[in-house]
Design a protein around this ligand. Structure first.
Ligand SMILES: O=P(O)(O)OC[C@H]1O[C@H](O[C@H]2O[C@H](CO)[C@@H](O)[C@H](O)[C@H]2O)[C@H](O)[C@@H](O)[C@@H]1O
Length: 399
């Protein structure tokens, strides 16, 4: 495995574009092909009138079911000792049998490393639920300092990118490591240093400068939607202001409407309000995250496309030389898992404490197992480096 140090430079706030040529972006991005459990308001309009009337109600069009199943239930604390045993045994048995299909990435570490032999490992990490535990307040989803130093160490040896549903600025603020690549808004906002372009035609990239004046590449395939997203954001803030616990976030190219802290009886209300607004925006669509409704442009771009784009842009398009690994917990991460599963390109690792169907290959139970996995990677890279250093004077081949 190639463990040479990487050197991504600082990627900070949004720069002003220097070169506006975005040849062919939109012809390539449309038409949108929907994957996963997302519901396009377009689709709602295209059914017959009778059906449309029915689908107009969020109780019957699947939104509510998706909302209810959008995040694993919190662990219940049962007072009676026997009840605890029965509940945890049952769920543990279910989890263990699920792991036959999605083995632990920790237990499978050797298999992963064997596959990584003579290849460059490239790491892709989701943020919420992967690097930081899911918490009630999205503004307080901090990663631990141990996790931060694990990610920092991983990035010393392997090119590492964060791909988040949050805005790029926000996720950078939360992670705070300059040595990574950042993709925000589910991959619709990617910035990377100009010097890292090695291959590809990059017609859709704009040359720009970052907040420190360094030349960077900026890829924002949904830039024409910024005004629309701002407008929808303001509307959502207005219509949800009286719903206790509702929270709306503007991620520049997408908007999140959180209902984690909303009384379950009000979920149909919040869903219906969002649904009704989206009827006026056929170029926006809805996807379901963890107790969050996510509204984004109808373009053929997602976290999977972002992974492919970054691999190509960073010069890793030759599949034989590279082993991409993507760790994520959410439905939106499935698009990236699919890309890696296709043609056996790399490994998706699903972070989940409950059994669920996935396109990932392996699993990790929670963020602390993610940290263990990252620590394993670092230790292995350090060992490989030490071995190489010791063998060098004698001319030994350490492969
Ligand atoms: O792609 P990600 O980095 O995983 O971002 C997805 C969403 O993450 C955040 O919401 C989720 O985490 C919150 C904090 O733990 C939690 O309160 C919320 O219920 C989760 O849905 C973020 O706030 C969203 O905007 C992102 O889309």
């Amino acid at each position: 495995m190639d463990v040479k140090s990487t050197n991504a430079s600082a990627i900070l706030a949004d720069p002003a574009p220097m070169n506006k040529s975005r040849l062919g972006i939109f012809s390539r991005l449309f038409p949108y092909s929907q994957s996963g459990p997302s519901i396009s308001t377009n689709g709602v309009h295209s059914v017959t009138n009778k059906k449309a009337a029915k689908l107009d109600d969020v109780r019957s069009n699947g939104w509510l079911d998706a909302m209810k199943s959008s995040s694993p239930p919190r662990k219940k604390v049962h007072k009676e000792f026997n009840t605890i045993d029965i509940v945890s045994d049952d769920s543990e048995i279910a989890y263990q049998s699920w792991m036959i299909k999605y083995p632990s990435a920790l237990n499978s570490f050797k298999i992963i490393m064997n596959r990584a032999r003579n290849r460059k490992l490239v790491m892709f990490l989701d943020y919420d639920g992967t690097l930081s535990p899911i918490v009630d307040d999205p503004d307080r989803a901090f990663m631990s300092s141990n996790m931060r130093s694990a990610v920092k160490s991983v990035a010393k040896y392997f090119p590492t990118a964060i791909i988040s549903g949050r805005s790029r600025d926000k996720v950078y603020e939360l992670v705070g490591l300059t040595e990574l690549y950042y993709a925000g808004s589910h991959g619709m906002d990617i910035m990377f240093p100009a010097k890292d372009i090695m291959s590809g035609n990059h017609l859709n990239c704009v040359k720009s400068t970052d907040s420190e004046g360094k030349e960077v590449n900026l890829f924002q395939p949904a830039s024409e939607f910024i005004t629309m997203i701002n407008e929808v954001f303001r509307t959502f803030v207005k219509i949800t202001k009286d719903i206790k616990g509702a929270k709306v976030e503007n991620h520049k190219f997408c908007v999140s409407v959180h209902y984690r802290n909303v009384d379950e009886n009000s979920w149909p209300v919040i869903a219906q309000l969002v649904h009704d607004i989206l009827k006026d925006y056929p170029r926006l669509r809805l996807t379901h995250g963890r107790k969050v409704l996510e509204v984004r442009p109808v373009i053929d771009w997602d976290k999977g496309k972002a992974v492919e784009f970054l691999l190509e842009s960073l010069g890793f398009s030759n599949q034989g030389d590279v082993l991409p690994i993507y760790i994520g917990d959410d439905r939106t991460d499935e698009d990236a898992f699919k890309v890696l599963r296709k043609e056996d390109r790399g490994y998706g690792i699903l972070v989940s404490a409950v059994p669920k169907e996935s396109n990932a290959f392996f699993s990790l139970r929670d963020t602390s197992e993610v940290q263990d996995f990252l620590d394993f990677l670092v230790r292995m890279a350090e060992d490989a480096n030490t071995l190489e250093r010791r063998a060098e004077p004698y001319g030994y081949d350490t492969d």
